[in-house]
Each structure stands twice: as structure tokens, then as C-alpha cells.
Design a protein around this ligand. Structure first.
Ligand code: CMP
Length: 139
């Protein structure tokens, strides 16, 4: 059964471009409630741990160095059917394939600088939220 939470990061390209506000506004207007939020910067090691599931992929090194290249905003979002609805809101991983009106279509510039991350399953949403936020912060 779908849970009601997902996890997101606003990536370094979007933070650097001053799009935290625009992206957060789209998230809230789509009906998601922000239940935890953190502005932080990842070390390459922490980025590597977060993306460990991709460690065999050819783009893993690039992904980890990119995600540690500047500050990010991590958040836990709440809504019915959160994981699936959020993936619809952000659009395809590659902005060239993202549908009109999606966050990546509007804000992303490339497959690696793709503005936002969104969990791909309920299980990963929980793992990823727990990675960034302590029990106290994700009440
Ligand atoms: P994200 O949803 O954060 O999950 C894994 C990330 O890997 C993905 O977004 C992309 O930014 C990145 N990614 C996926 N495929 C490629 C690729 N071919 N080259 C570079 N980065 C990629």
C-alpha cells in the first residue's frame, strides 16, 4: 500500500540559480505538506553513501561529485500517494524528456543538473528521509 510520504532534494544547480523558492512553491501548490526541511552541503563521501544503489553505474562518480559541488535542500513531503504524485510533479530524470509544466522541465538544465531528486519507492522514501533527518526532526 502506498504511504503518504516522500523525500526530495533540491540539487546544487537549482540552489545556485536561486530556485529554492520557486520549486518549493510548486511543491506546496501541488498539495504537498513540508514536514521536515534542511539546507546543507554534502561531502563526496556522504553523497556516495546516499547514492550507493547507483555505485555500479558509469555515472556514479560524476553524480557524487556533482551532488557535493554546492548546497542542497533536503525535505520530507506528505500527501496521499506521495511517491507517485511527486514523481509526476518533477517529470522525467532527463529534462529533455520531462513533460511541460513539471519541475524539471521548468528548472533543470541536464540529466545530472536536474534540479530535484524524488524517491522512487515507498521503501526508499523512508530510507532516504531517515538518512537526512533524525527521529526528532521527522515527527
Ligand atoms: P536522481 O533522481 O537524483 O537519482 C539518480 C541521479 O543520477 C538522477 O537523478 C540523475 O541526476 C543522475 N543520473 C541518471 N542517469 C545519469 C546519466 N546517464 N548521467 C549522469 N547522471 C545521471
Amino acid at each position: 500500500m502506498a504511504t503518504n510520504r516522500t523525500f526530495t532534494m533540491i540539487k546544487p544547480d537549482a540552489v545556485e540559480a536561486g530556485n529554492i523558492g520557486g520549486i518549493t512553491k510548486m511543491i506546496e501548490e501541488a498539495g504537498f505538506k513540508i514536514v521536515a526541511m534542511k539546507y546543507t552541503r554534502l561531502s563526496p563521501e556522504i553523497a556516495g553513501k546516499f547514492y550507493e544503489v547507483h555505485s555500479e553505474r558509469p555515472f556514479y562518480g560524476e553524480l557524487c561529485s556533482y551532488m557535493s559541488s554546492g548546497p542542497i535542500v533536503a525535505a520530507i513531503l506528505e500527501k496521499d500517494n506521495a511517491v507517485e504524485d511527486f514523481r509526476k510533479l518533477i517529470g522525467a530524470t532527463n529534462p529533455a524528456d520531462a513533460a511541460e509544466g513539471t519541475i524539471r522541465k521548468i528548472y533543470a538544465t541536464s540529466i545530472s543538473a536536474n534540479a530535484v531528486h524524488g524517491s522512487d519507492s515507498d521503501e526508499n522514501a523512508e530510507i532516504e528521509g531517515n538518512f537526512y533527518f533524525s527521529e526528532l526532526e521527522r515527527h
